[in-house]
Design a protein around this ligand. Sequence first.
Ligand code: GLA
Length: 347
Amino acid sequence: MFKDVFGIEPTVSASAPGRVNLLGEHTDYNGGFVFPTPLPYQTHIEAAAAEGLEAYAENFRERKSRGLNEARQGDWLDYIAGCVWVLRRHGYAVPGLRAYIRSEVPMSGGLSSSAALEVATLRALRALYQLPLDDVRIALLAQQAEVEYVGVRCGIMDQMASSVGRLGYGLFLDTQSLQTRLAPLPQGYRVAVVDSAVPRRLAESGYNTRRSECEQACRLLGVKSLRELSPADLPRLETLPEPLNRRARHVVTENQRVLEGVQALEQGNIKRFGELMVASHRSLCDDYEVSIPELDQLVEAELRHGAVGARLTGAGFGGSTVALVEASRYEAFKQGVLQDYPRARFF
Ligand code: GLA
């Protein structure tokens, strides 16, 4: 607890959840549609005002401090320092932070433990220094901290899911306008998050390559973002060189799957939603090439053992899968998947 480490009581506390993405992968940095949902796992922070930064991470049993003008160091404190840095950059009078962090969000599984830490930190800073920030602004600041201070070129999905998502609801998000709509998750079903236990090693380089391939496709097609394209443009994409044609096809078809999937869910057509999850995985595997054999095996095992839909979730190259399973079949599903893929970890 804060008091054990710093010897005084904290002034504020805040939390923010991790997320799992149900549909709409690698579309957020293309101005497209996504459909994530928050997880029942949160990052908690207790905090007090300070000059400079001092923080304790319970998960690492580690205390660290940093001056306000010091650069990133490639550690967990970067995420907190980035939040203070981004607020100061926007002119807010934030002299520093003393914080105690405890996270329930599994790390390195593609479940947005970093977005949860950023959003929790910004919520604590908002309360501490009475900053006039709404939840969308918090998400945008969190993303800016991650891109410009931490140095990871992510989209806006994770921070929006953590900041404005609601447990038990899918968050339909248009990443271009930042408009959102909450869609209740179906009753009687469970969202199973299953980690492949393969660390996402190539994720960063692969992610950046995909982003530049999309930018290249835009240049050749003369559009600002792939969001401008619809299924009617699919024949045009065939004129692009390999693999840009397939990269663009994934983004265009994935946007369509999100639109159709949210509508199917709202109409109670769970079976269709499941089919679209499976189609999304195929597209991520064949066209976008961000899957790995282990993720394919895990998704196949999940479908074999009763999931109505399953796919890799997050950036890919390892990490987790998401499956939709009837609640009454969940235990049998879990046992079956574990038999076929013993390393699977269920969240
Ligand atoms: C990571 C990024 C997100 C998004 C996904 C892929 O999770 O942080 O912004 O691009 O990959 O859909």
